[in-house]
Design a protein around this ligand. Structure first.
Ligand code: FAD
Ligand code: SF4
Ligand code: SF4
Length: 662
């Protein structure tokens, strides 16, 4: 049986406890100090990883980077405002910070490691501040050096605009075609103005157009201009045409009546300023963002009794213009109901949007499946027949005999969208969308690319992220280069070399030491410690790994309440005619305070813990004249004994014991 003494002996050979005895203060030769004297054989290395906020942001924004700029850790060059510096960093990936800050459902916040402490960092409220500051201060974008190549971008929604922005930065000429009068796609014709105020939207879009993007509005490709013509006139074509057609309810009679319309058509009529009122009860079928926008708009519009037939909402949605009387007639609160096949908690719309709609007086019922549209002798829908759904077995089961009718005057289907392929036959797939590979190239159609909702309807941030990758692919195509393999973590991440260049710390050019070189002989051809061509002891795993909360020292962070934006959501008695913006941005002071809650996962944020706690004083601050983000501390390996205290107390998971491992 092993005695405690045996165990100690075994531990000593396993290097699991300190080898120094009390009073043993004589330094060993440095090699021994590092490789023999420690308990682990390892010394600290500085490992950059992608934070989960960024990994969850479909645009791949360097969120930690711009938060560190806002909080004052990462400094701009002299003469540049921190606000502008933060704006440049965020718009490297996404040119719409003001819009995103308002309507992005912020998957980044769901992924944020700070959720493990008390609450996520209010990332999109900081993003809104950055974007609004840039608009107030009229910041502009700059185009790259002209390449002489021309790209046709079909669709002036967020995907087309973001692609145009990235392509202009690369110097390519861009012509943007859109069949609407105004740019914006669903940002303008889908999302209501009280969520994306039009001055904010126009400001962010104009900034892109001002980079020298030619726009051709009221021009439908496939009708006004053929694809063949585009092929002749342009070096590459990008489809960013979105999903314009709402899916009809797949139930009897839905396609026979005029007063059963799609959510996108309803919202488009409202956003074009044509739809001013609803009539009787409105029943909306859905569960996602679009359905919530429909019910919220319907509640704001209110209803008019004794409406003129021509002014009925379905006729306006189908293209008529309402009589003026529809605008001035006194109206009352509309009776609006939202039904979802899923239980309410399973609806895809964000929970706070569901709560807001309920507060605004919308009746929401989950677990109801539409069965049939009930029509009268005139062929108008008078009710929607529904059946109850049961999910208790883990499967969706229609409860037999549970059907009942919901009387209504208008049925709105918001159950999904497909593309409008008129004139584009041969480019779509069987789902009414388009296919593209991971570089957003269309299969078997060299020179054609596609991105955005037309690939798969999702979110603004998603289509903007795709546009950025599509632009890189188009750039390769135009230069006749191979497509490069996309990294595992495909984001716009921090690059220490870029940072060193930006701060005039560009490493020296690498000159290999020849056998007679004095430096090489001195060093026995080992190590690079004294050389300035190398970025020492730093590893960038940003494109392969995401730093988990378990890698952080969470005990470092004290509880801090999130700085929340003030939201003025009207209640059911105030909602009629309420078209003002609901969210007030944070003040500058609150924005900075919020950015300070960021734990800078995966990157040094200059807390000094490693410098303070290292018992050997082996970790030192990089002299000020050489210091920059990611190079704030260094280790003196002559002193390090591999005790790993620095790694333990590093709050951000940036320090890992590794160097000297064998
Ligand atoms: C009602 C609604 C609310 C939403 N709310 C949110 C939200 O809160 N947050 C969020 O992140 N996302 C939201 N989304 C999703 C988001 O709006 C879309 O993912 C995004 O707009 C898709 O961008 P896109 O550029 O691919 O397409 P679109 O925005 O649809 O733009 C495509 C453009 O191409 C034009 N076009 C189409 N065919 C042609 C052609 N042949 N020739 C010329 N032009 C053409 C269209 O007219 C349109 O202007 C919402 C969507 C809807 C419908
Ligand atoms: S775009 Fe959306 S996901 Fe990305 S940082 Fe902004 S709020 Fe977060
Ligand atoms: S704490 Fe900061 S870096 Fe970490 S996930 Fe949250 S926002 Fe990103």
């Amino acid at each position: 049986m092993a005695t405690p003494a045996d165990k100690a002996k075994k531990d000593s050979t396993d290097h699991t406890f300190r080898r120094y005895e009390d009073g043993d203060f004589k330094h060993l030769p440095w090699q021994q100090e590092i490789f023999d004297a420690d308990t682990t054989y390892k010394c600290p290395t500085y490992i950059h990883k992608t934070p989960p906020c960024q990994g969850s942001c479909p645009s791949g924004e360097d969120i930690r980077g711009w938060l560190n700029i806002v909080r004052g850790i990462e400094k701009p060059a002299e003469g540049l405002d921190w606000q502008e510096y933060a704006f440049r960093r965020s718009t490297d990936a996404n040119p719409f910070p003001s819009v995103m800050g308002r309507v992005c459902p912020a998957p980044c916040e769901d992924g944020c490691n700070r959720n493990e402490v008390e609450d996520f960092v209010g990332i999109n409220s900081v993003e809104q501040f950055i974007g609004d500051w840039a608009l107030t201060n009229k910041l502009a974008f700059t185009a790259g050096k002209e390449s002489g190549k021309k790209v046709a971008v079909i669709g002036g929604g967020p995907a087309g605009l973001a692609a145009a922005y990235q392509l202009r930065r690369m110097g390519h000429g861009v012509t943007l075609f859109d069949d609407h009068k105004d740019l914006g796609g669903m940002m303008r014709y889908g999302i209501p103005g009280y969520r994306t105020p039009r001055d904010v939207l126009d400001g962010e879009m104009d900034r892109i157009i001002d980079m020298g993007v030619e726009k051709r509005m009221n021009t439908r490709i496939g009708k006004d201009i053929s694809i063949k013509q585009l092929e002749k006139d342009f070096d590459a074509v990008l489809f960013a045409i979105g999903a314009q057609s709402g899916r009809a309810l797949p139930i009897p009679n839905a396609d026979k009546v005029t007063n059963c319309v799609s959510g996108v058509a309803f919202l488009s009529a409202f956003n074009e300023g044509r739809l001013k009122t609803v009539a009787g009860k409105v029943v909306v079928v859905g569960g996602g963002d679009t359905s919530i926008d429909v019910v919220s708009v319907a509640r704001r519009l209110g209803r008019i009794t004794n409406i003129h037939d021509k002014d009925r909402p379905e006729n306006i949605v189908l293209g008529h213009t309402a009589h003026d009387v529809a605008e001035i007639a006194s109206r009352e609160g509309a009776d609006v109901m939202l039904i979802s096949r899923q239980p309410i908690e399973g609806m895809t719309a964000a929970k706070h949007e569901i709560d807001d709609a309920t507060r605004e007086g919308v009746e929401i019922q989950g677990s109801l499946s539409p069965v049939e549209v009930i029509i009268d002798d005139d062929g108008r829908a008078t009710a929607l027949r529904v059946a109850k759904m049961d999910y208790s077995s883990g499967k969706a089961v229609v409860v037999e005999g549970s059907e009942f009718d919901i009387e209504c005057d208008l049925i709105v289907s918001a159950i999904g969208q497909t593309g409008n392929m008129e004139g584009l036959e041969g480019f779509g797939n069987e789902r009414g969308l388009m296919d593209a590979d991971k570089h957003y190239q269309m299969p078997d159609k060299p020179g054609f690319f596609a991105c955005g909702d037309i690939i798969r309807p999702h979110l603004l941030t998603t289509v903007i992220g795709q546009a950025s990758i599509a632009a890189i692919s188009i750039d390769h195509y135009l230069k006749h280069e191979e497509m490069v393999k996309r990294p595992k973590v495909d984001v716009h991440h921090f690059d220490l070399l870029d940072k060193l260049r930006e701060t005039n710390h560009t490493p020296d050019e690498y000159k290999p030491a020849g056998p007679d070189d004095e430096r090489a002989i001195d060093r026995g051809l080992r190590g690079t410690i004294d050389d300035d061509y190398a970025v020492h002891n730093y590893e960038d795993r940003g494109n392969a790994e995401i730093v988990a909360s378990t890698e952080l020292f969470l005990g470092h962070f004290e509880h801090e309440d999130r700085n929340k934006r003030v939201e003025t959501v009207p209640d059911s008695s105030q909602v009629l005619g309420h078209f003002e913006e609901r969210v007030a941005g944070l003040s500058e002071e609150a924005t900075i305070a919020e950015a300070k809650r960021c734990m800078s996962c995966g990157m040094c944020f200059e807390c000094d813990n490693c410098v303070i706690y290292c018992p050997q004083e082996a970790v030192k601050r990089t002299p000020k004249e050489h210091s920059t983000m990611g190079r704030y501390v260094y280790t003196d390996y002559d002193r390090c004994i591999g005790c790993h205290i620095c790694a333990d107390v590093c709050p951000t998971g940036y320090i890992k014991m590794g160097l000297g491992d064998h």
